[in-house]
Design a binder for this molecule. Structure first.
Ligand code: SAH
Length: 266
């Protein structure tokens, strides 16, 4: 499992959020089937995904409030929530999991990897404080979902994936969905993307044993880097690294999380 809030109290949050999501979805499906007589299947499916996406946003807001004591974040930036409300998460998961795409939990995407829990995507995106003029680097493209959220918010997204099949699928998917401001590259993201630096923000969506120095170097002054740091297959700490205007770096612990490991030869 990756990209999920971790530990006992946190997994309590996780299941709580899922139960709420199921309740909301059931209610919505009941409404959708009532309308089944007159609407074509594609319209019904789209309406049902829209309803589920709204319920997912409510789950994210609820979990944000319940984790605020640890994260210091009481509310996700409304423009981040709007972006999450616009991105079709069901397009980023295998077709057989499309019906679960808006549950507030990670889902498998093949190659032993997963798409992160929506709440974690929201929190990480909020923490980097994205602005329209920003250039952002993501390490760990996976399905391309986090890259799509970023692409809704900033001018330019660079994203690196180490598994060739995922890099290829994400490139095709992002292009099909019209995300023209995202560039996907196959490689080891530990070393960043020197040709495209400096980045106003960097989001690492796989767990590293330490903060990769090349990423700190490639961060612009007043930039933010968010990364899970800790042992693989264990609980890690989501860490926010800030580079100040004078180049000084500060590190803030945000929340215990579980991510798949950052692999590669570094
Ligand atoms: N952000 C993704 C989910 C990330 S799962 C999404 O929105 O779907 C973590 C991803 O990091 C996996 O796809 C994994 O293959 C990738 N990864 C692991 N180590 C990496 C490395 N050194 N460089 C680039 N990608 C890496």
């Amino acid at each position: 499992m990756t990209g999920t809030v971790a530990n006992t109290s946190a997994s309590g949050f996780h299941f709580g959020a899922r139960t709420h999501g199921q309740f909301t979805r059931r209610r919505f499906l009941a409404a959708a089937s009532a309308a089944a007589v007159s609407l074509p299947t594609s319209v019904r499916a789209a309406a049902s995904y829209t309803g589920m996406r709204r319920a997912m946003l409510a789950d994210i807001a609820g979990l944000t409030a319940r984790t605020a004591a640890s994260t210091g974040v009481t509310e996700i930036d409304p423009k981040v929530m709007d972006a999450i409300g616009r991105v079709l998460r069901h397009e980023f998961v295998p077709p057989e999991l499309a019906g679960s795409a808006y549950e507030n939990r990670p889902l498998r995407i093949g190659y032993g990897q997963t798409i992160s829990q929506p709440y974690i995507v929201a929190l990480m995106t909020h923490l980097i404080a994205p602005e329209t003029h920003h250039r952002v680097l993501e390490v760990g493209t996976g399905s391309g979902y986090q890259a799509a959220i970023l692409a809704e918010l900033v001018d330019r997204v660079h994203t690196i994936e180490i598994v060739p099949g995922l890099a290829l699928e994400a490139t095709e998917r992002l292009s099909r969905l019209g995300y023209e401001n995202v560039e996907v590259r196959l490689g080891d993201g530990y070393f960043g993307w020197p040709a495209a630096e400096p980045f106003n923000a960097i989001v690492v969506t796989a767990a590293a044993s330490h903060i990769p120095p090349p990423l700190v170097t490639q961060l612009a002054p007043e930039g933010a880097l968010v990364i899970p740091v800790g042992q693989p297959f264990s609980v890690q700490m989501l860490v926010l690294v800030r580079k100040h205007a004078d180049g000084q770096v500060s590190v803030h612990q945000i929340l215990p999380v579980r991510f798949v490991p950052l692999t590669g030869g570094h």
